[in-house]
Write a protein that binds this ligand. Structure first.
Ligand code: RB5
Length: 159
């Protein structure tokens, strides 16, 4: 099993919640296969087909699921990842990061403690997406000087 966030001593099982629009649907399915192969628990909030839908709806569902404590981390996929990241970041307490290479996957955890990973299916292929997901899920927040910055972000949203 993938070692998540170095949390090998945690009694809690990390649960991931996923969402996508029509453009991100197929990449979401591929990410689900990857999560299953690593025995990582997940919930899929849709969409479940390639028929056109509106991405903010799925970003909201994923964000609120995390805030309710029903999942620890979220993964959102649309065509570019941009619409999903803009939308998810409107939900208080969500720190959504648009990731486009391994380094941004790692830094979004180390520095930003991102709790939602956004990917663009038209920008990122399946192989790279799996690398980004694995990197993201296995990297811990560094804390330290970054704590204060996250507190400042929280203040921006009135938290
Ligand atoms: C859908 O065509 C597309 O606009 C959407 O998936 C996303 O890329 C928006 O940011």
């Amino acid at each position: 099993m993938l070692q998540l966030f170095g949390w090998e001593n945690r009694d809690k099982i990390v649960k991931v919640v996923l969402g996508a629009d029509h453009a991100g649907y197929l990449l979401k399915e591929s990410i689900k296969e990857y999560l299953s192969s690593k025995e990582i628990a997940f919930t899929d909030l849709g969409t479940f087909k390639e028929e056109s839908v509106d991405y903010p709806e799925f970003a909201y569902k994923v964000g609120t699921t995390i805030l309710k404590g029903e999942a620890d981390m979220g993964i959102l996929v649309c065509g570019t990842g941009i619409g999903m990241s803009i939308s998810a970041n409107k939900v208080k307490g969500v720190r959504a990061a648009l990731v486009y290479n391994k380094e941004t996957a790692e830094l979004s955890r180390l520095h930003n403690n991102a709790n939602v990973l956004c990917l663009g299916s038209r920008m990122t292929d399946e192989k790279d997406a799996r690398i980004y997901v694995e990197t993201w899920l296995s990297t811990s927040f560094e804390g330290g000087r970054h704590e204060k910055r996250l507190e400042l972000i929280s203040k921006l949203t009135g938290l």
